[in-house]
Design a protein around this ligand. Structure first.
Ligand SMILES: [Ca+2]
Ligand SMILES: [Ca+2]
Ligand SMILES: [Ca+2]
Length: 235
């Protein structure tokens, strides 16, 4: 008889322990469910817009003239790209780096960028930075046939790609740039005022001139200007 009671007591203890374990598992599941439900995980493109106001704004991969104004045309040094601060507060550029498709960092930005302002870097400046930090000197390495430019933000524990732009051979052709245009800079547009694109591929030609170092707009060769003035804008 005593033995039977002992077995019953042990069964009760076991059942109670099992109930506690099941309860813990259930509450874990509940907590996990709440967490998963409350954390918004946007798509990579949306994340860039949501997280960082600083974005890639314009890229000229295929220079055919002296864009940096040093008196010499150089296919590598005269490449350039731009960042714009699309937010309402200044952005500290010190945490930002750019690479092309292979994720090799080509340039580290510095200083601060006011709302609506643009930061420009050309291939020559990228080379200077690469020399200063003992890296292989390769400029911005923007392939004219198509490439991807990535904007990284260096964090305390990780590095995040906050914006990327993949362009094609239409956008990378001689003296054409590709850049954000329109409200909030949401649409990438071809700036082909110096080398018109009349084909039926994408993106279509616009006749707008590249605007290195200034907010993207649509100056045209007719409305603007001379090459000297365009270069002055660059400087
Ligand atoms: Ca190039
Ligand atoms: Ca040059
Ligand atoms: Ca621009």
């Amino acid at each position: 008889m005593g033995r039977s009671w002992e077995i019953v007591v042990w069964l009760l203890v076991f059942a109670a322990a099992a109930a506690v374990v099941i309860g813990i598992v259930r509450s874990e599941a509940a907590v996990t469910g709440v967490t998963a439900g409350s954390v918004v995980v946007p798509a990579p493109g949306a994340m860039a817009a949501a997280v960082d106001d600083l974005r890639l704004s314009e890229i000229l991969a295929g220079p055919a003239r002296d864009w940096d104004g040093d008196g010499v045309f150089d296919a590598r040094r005269d490449e350039w790209l731009e960042l714009e601060n699309y937010g309402a507060a200044p952005v500290d550029l010190g945490a930002y780096r750019v690479s092309d498709a292979d994720s090799t960092i080509r340039f580290a930005f510095s200083g601060s960028l006011a709302p609506g302002a643009v930061a420009l870097v050309n291939g020559r400046q990228a080379e200077d930075w690469q020399r200063s930090v003992g890296r292989t000197v390769s400029g911005l390495s923007l392939n004219n046939a198509g490439d991807t430019v990535i904007l990284f933000r260096i964090g305390a524990t990780d590095t995040i790609a906050v914006d990327t732009k993949t362009y094609n051979s239409i956008e990378g052709a001689s003296d054409r740039s590709t850049g954000r245009f329109g409200a909030g800079g949401t649409v990438w547009t071809l700036f082909d005022g110096l080398n018109k694109y009349t084909g039926s591929g994408q993106p279509r030609g616009t006749g707008c001139l590249p605007t290195p170092g200034s907010e993207n707009g649509c100056p045209t060769p007719a409305s603007s200007t001379t090459w000297g003035k365009i270069k002055a804008r660059f400087r």
